[in-house]
Design a protein around this ligand. Sequence first.
Ligand code: AR6
Length: 171
Amino acid sequence: MGKHTKQTIEAVLADITTLHVDAIVNAANPTLLGGGGVDGAIHRAAGPGLLEACRRLGGCRTGEAKITPGFDLPARYVIHTVGPVYYSERHPADLLADCYRNSVEVAVQNGVRSLAFPAISTGVYGYPAREASQIAVRQVQFSLLTHPSLERVVFCCIDEPIFEIYKQLLS
Ligand code: AR6
């Protein structure tokens, strides 16, 4: 109604590929050509159109974000971001915050009102879950202040321990 739209941030325990949101974020690698973990799950669920669209993006630097359609997913878009490899980056916290900030920017530029994130970098890339979740929550809370059109952000966890961390941080 007025200009003060209600915004929500929540944690859910789910497979991100099943979520009915405008966009889901993929924790990709710089090639954007697929991989394991959440990246593999998203490519499997979206179908071969996603890989074709990703090929045209020409890769992605750590901390940046690029968008494609969601193809066979319930989500209209996939926003691909590349998290830091925890042990090989000098400033992993800054790069992880960049992932969340840039994903929100790209989402809002494309009219996204509901957005779901996986716990970027906390799998193969080795980022400690608690530290990563704190950065994620803090950056999203901050980004929402300047992006009132984004109504709902979901932190989607497939593992119970990370889900508990997010719930605690958001309570
Ligand atoms: N839904 C939600 N979360 C998931 C799902 C899912 N379906 N599957 C895994 N997770 P990871 P990274 C969680 O390793 O650390 C890929 O090969 C998982 O439990 O997927 O950023 C890419 O191509 C963990 O908490 O991503 C890159 O090479 C989180 O998602 C590399 O892995 C992230 O784990 C990126 O590594």
